[in-house]
Write a protein that binds this ligand. Structure first.
Ligand SMILES: Nc1ncnc2c1ncn2[C@@H]1O[C@H](COP(=O)(O)OP(=O)(O)OP(=O)(O)O)[C@@H](O)[C@H]1O
Length: 250
């Protein structure tokens, strides 16, 4: 399913964000703190109504369909993905089936999703007893349980150790669904995304393949850091080495 974001505007935050992610492509949204990455995603999963612009799934404006219909197509892992009560892990992941209504395969789908994020052993634990990384994996399992055609992920590797960061991003790619992911780690973004969009002060400043976008010039202009770009010794993917910085942007 294609995701097309056109002229997205949110007062004081987004100033006309345009990007298109083709069916089955993995797109990363990167950019400095406060540049509007999460706000862009919030509009895509309908947590926020933009003041201008439109988000289209396969050409159709998402605001012209019922929220439940959008939820059948699109699953989100967000910064607001909280679970307030101590549901079991199985119960939390089963919530991903809600947009589809109850079905006979639900239990099997929940078990499979938990296995895919290496969390089957947590099935009967209380969600609130889990570590940050375990919670994140369970929330990813909940999104997978929705069997979406589009996955919107806001910092999906947050709280994950390096092994689970790599495993989750490899899994996301294997799913074959369209992915829009906010990522802070530019090297992970380069290794796992087909295309990157660099947000700067509420606009897409640069879009392209990781090699096109992650250049020393763009990193200096947008992130204000000095970087060297080197090919990964086995994959050839561009990877970044940063110079020590005396002055921080804070
Ligand atoms: N509900 C809101 N009311 C007022 N300002 C907001 C609101 N939501 C976000 N902002 C502001 O909009 C700007 C962009 O926020 P957003 O969360 O989209 O940035 P981001 O690129 O995801 O940042 P980060 O990398 O820090 O997560 C920030 O300055 C933020 O303070």
């Amino acid at each position: 399913m294609e995701v097309r974001i056109e002229g997205l505007a949110v007062d004081g935050i987004l100033r006309g964000v345009d990007l298109t992610a083709g069916t089955g492509e993995v797109h990363g949204i990167v950019g400095p703190n406060g540049s509007g990455k999460s706000t862009t995603l919030r509009c895509a999963y309908r947590a926020l109504k933009p003041h201008g612009g439109v988000v289209r799934l396969d050409g159709r404006d998402i605001t012209t369909t019922r929220v439940r219909d959008t939820a059948r197509d699109l699953a989100a892992l967000t910064q607001d993905s909280h679970v307030e009560f101590d549901f079991t892990v199985t119960e939390v992941v089963a919530m991903g089936r809600l947009p589809h209504g109850a079905g006979p395969d639900d239990e099997a789908i929940v078990r499979e999703s938990l296995t895919r994020v290496d969390a089957a052993h947590l099935a009967h634990r209380g969600f609130l007893t889990l570590s940050g990384g375990e919670r994140q994996r369970v929330l990813i399992a909940r999104a997978l349980t929705q069997r979406p055609r589009v996955l919107v992920l806001d910092e999906p590797t947050n709280h994950l150790d390096i092994s689970h960061q790599l495993a989750v991003l490899a899994l996301v790619r294997r799913l074959g669904v369209t992915v829009l992911a906010v990522l802070h780690d530019l090297n992970l973004a380069a290794a796992h995304c087909d295309r990157l969009h660099v947000l700067d002060r509420g606009r897409v400043a640069h879009s392209g393949t990781p090699a096109e976008v992650l250049t020393p010039e763009v990193l200096a202009e947008v992130f204000r850091v000095r970087a060297h770009v080197v090919p990964h010794p086995t994959t050839g993917v561009p990877q970044l080495l940063f110079d020590h910085q005396e002055a921080t942007p804070c």
